[in-house]
Design a protein around this ligand. Structure first.
Ligand code: SF4
Length: 195
């Protein structure tokens, strides 16, 4: 099968997985009437790192929907973001640099945003293969709402497993080496698509 066709299939699988993540997230949020509306903390300044090549490539597909001028602006913002993150890390601080895709509070690649952008906030559990389940409480606003007892952590495990499977299939379409990925959105944007 042609490489471009196999990639499109991976992107379709990822889009389907993302839609099911969104639904599971919304169900967990609804159980405690959790929303991000009017939150003083913007998650888009969080120091997120991403670990799959398929998300990296799908994110850059989303960028193509913007004008060349807008894409150039995103690149400039990504460079500024990277400079600030490196400065903070060198000082031993936790970086708090705004994501270059945030446009006046709205995500500039909403349909193509990463898994962590979709799942951040609600309490969750993860069970790595052959290891114990780890529980995470969610953001402070979610945690306060969940204290009422209505909270029910979202199990991210099947989503992580499925994402890993889609990533393996995507990596098979790459010509070059397939190293471990541990990059921020800005680093991915500045590097260009994985090959
Ligand atoms: S990709 Fe979108 S949702 Fe994710 S941090 Fe950037 S602006 Fe926020």
């Amino acid at each position: 099968m042609q490489r471009s066709r196999r990639r499109k299939q991976c992107f379709a699988r990822l889009a389907d997985l993302y839609s099911r993540m969104d639904a599971a997230y919304q169900a967990a949020a609804d159980r405690v009437q959790f929303t991000c509306a009017d939150c003083a903390h913007n998650c888009c300044v969080s120091h997120f790192q991403h670990h799959t090549m398929v998300e990296w490539a799908y994110f850059l597909e989303g960028i193509k929907g913007h004008s060349p001028e807008a894409q150039a602006q995103f690149l400039a913002l990504a460079q500024a973001n990277l400079t600030e993150v490196q400065r903070a890390l060198a000082l031993g601080e936790t970086p708090q640099a705004m994501c270059p895709m945030n446009q006046a509070g709205l995500c500039g690649i909403y349909a193509h945003r990463f898994m962590i952008c979709r799942l951040h906030g609600v309490a969750h559990v993860i069970t790595p293969p052959g290891r114990e389940t780890h529980a995470f409480p969610g953001c402070p606003r979610y945690e306060a709402l969940a204290m009422t007892g209505a909270g029910d952590p979202m199990d991210r495990t099947p989503f992580y497993q499925e994402l890993a499977a889609v990533d393996r299939a995507f990596r098979e379409t790459l010509a070059g080496p397939r190293p471990k990925v541990d990059l921020t959105l800005s680093e991915m944007l500045l590097l260009g698509p994985p090959r």
